[in-house]
Design a protein. Sequence first.
Length: 282
Amino acid sequence: MNFSFEYIDNIIDRTSESIEKTFSFDKNEKLYVGVDLGTAYIVLVVLDSKCNPIATELQYAEVVRDGLVVNYSKACEIVKELKLKLEERLQTELVNAAIAMPPGVNVKSVSTHKYVAESAGFEVLNIVEEPEAANYVLKIDNGVVVDVGGGTTGVAIFENGKMVYTADEPTGGTHLTLTIAGNYGISFNEAEDKKKNKDNSKEIFRIVVPVIEKVGSIINRHIANYNVDLICLVGGTVCLDGFEGIIEKETKIKTIKPKNPFLVTPLGIAMSLIDNKSVKEG
């Protein structure tokens, strides 16, 4: 395997820091924006030409479900607001953007995501699948990247650095929250708050183990015809302590996750633009 946790953790730490801090950059160089329309959060990450995170903005939003934009006007509004915040911080116009989709979504859904970014004034120059985007950060040559988001689990198999297979199924953080809500007899929003509270992590973990096991069964089904010896987990849902242990138990394959899996895919979306020859000056 050709990746370094030190590199990954360092760049993710800087991305996290860039939520509050605006890093300096050469005003004459190109900037690259990753637009991530997630089930729970919309995230915009800005990089310089050396893949250094410069600034990041994010907002909780319930505008996407299972990879589909279900509230188009609100999605456009939030992306525009986040773009304006970034431009104010950076004192420059942001033009170049990439977006990502769950594997296997239809052309109409891809177009809708693109229209959301374009409505804010971005020119979308690259569209990648979410697990593929994550691997721009992870740089795994041989193995599986599993992106467990709010609504879906995306699986991508890499051989010699090339993505050879992708799939996506509707199981993710929303399903964990529904399980928690059912267990306690509380509302979805109350269950979401309970899930996010680190003080509840051990108790919550015991409740959602069956859902994590289902994620493991999804992975097993899609890797059955491939020789896989490494699984790397990304996505906000896998931040839950112990998630990787259940997946490793279910798959019998070494399973790892970066320090902060939530920011890997948004960062990778922006990274996917670096080698794009059609990028314009911003």
